[in-house]
Write a protein that binds this ligand. Structure first.
Ligand SMILES: Nc1ncnc2c1ncn2[C@@H]1O[C@H](COP(=O)(O)OP(=O)(O)OP(=O)(O)O)[C@@H](O)[C@H]1O
Ligand SMILES: [Mg+2]
Length: 250
């Protein structure tokens, strides 16, 4: 169980997160959904330990992590811009974090991650020679081989489209299920959040707007922001499809 208690964050004199309280069960996939600038990345980085908070407490399985440095938390992240090393090839990027962690993963396990993400044909390629989806999978592999206790993903699908987006979505879901890995995914796409997660945290201007299952968000939105912003976006999407192709494709 990951518990966030009364987390607040200020940048200069601007309150970016306002008293966030949240409980995430082990193995759950939770999406952080909200508009640009709502505080999603900040919250993720606070959980990771990269960004300090002004107030609040982070508990993980009854241990207080609030003052535990990032490296000792055992969480790991795929950043919004991947942050891969351009001068290293895919394989070197994947194993980079393991250089001081002998024995953390066996060669067999490493190959399993590589196979699972279908990266074998790309291992000797440099980052500039990979597509967005391939880079995304390298970033995911590099994070997974560190065997994180919590997997944090910042907009993992935003640079992808169509089939590859769907395939990465499915992979993230099956990784979370197979390894019973608590996974927190940042997104600003309601459809992505609704189809990927066990629970969705909707965040607006640094406040929790609603936390619930996709069904609850759709069927019992608790405020106008959700009705206006989230549900309307979905409706617009659906209407566009209807207008273009007619009812049977919607
Ligand atoms: N290091 C920083 N210094 C000052 N202000 C910051 C810093 N990082 C973020 N902010 C501000 O905090 C607010 C929340 O930013 P954050 O990056 O968490 O938003 P976000 O929800 O991830 O947005 P996006 O969807 O665009 O990635 C914004 O107003 C941003 O300008
Ligand atoms: Mg962000």
């Amino acid at each position: 169980m990951l518990k966030l208690q009364n987390i607040s964050k200020q940048f200069d004199d601007k309150l970016v997160l306002d008293n966030i309280n949240l409980e995430i069960k082990t193995g759950e996939i939770v999406s952080l959904l909200g508009p640009s600038g709502s505080g999603k990345t900040t919250l993720l980085n606070i959980i990771l330990g990269l960004t300090s908070m002004n107030h609040g407490k982070i508990m993980f399985n009854d241990t207080d992590l609030s003052n535990v440095p990032m490296k000792e938390r055992g969480f790991n992240i795929v950043f919004q811009d991947y942050a891969l090393f351009p001068h290293l090839n895919a394989y070197e990027n994947i194993v980079y974090g393991l250089r001081n962690k002998k024995g953390l993963v066996s060669e067999k396990e490493l190959q399993e991650y590589i196979d699972f993400l279908e990266l074998k044909p790309h291992l000797t390629k440099k980052m500039g020679e990979l597509s967005g989806g391939q880079k995304q999978r390298v970033a995911l592999a590099r994070t997974l081989v560190m065997k994180p206790k919590v997997l944090l993903l910042d907009e993992p699908l935003s640079a992808l489209d169509g089939v590859i987006k769907e395939s990465i979505k499915q992979r993230i879901k099956s990784i979370a299920r197979e390894f019973k890995l608590t996974t927190i995914i940042v997104t600003h796409d309601p459809e992505e959040a609704l189809t990927m997660s066990d629970k969705i945290l909707i965040i607006n201007k640094g406040n929790i707007s609603q936390f619930g299952t996709p069904q609850e968000i759709i069927n019992q939105p608790t405020n106008d922001f959700i009705k206006e912003f989230i549900l309307k976006q979905l409706q617009i999407k659906r209407e566009n499809i209807l207008n273009l192709f007619g009812e049977k494709y919607a």
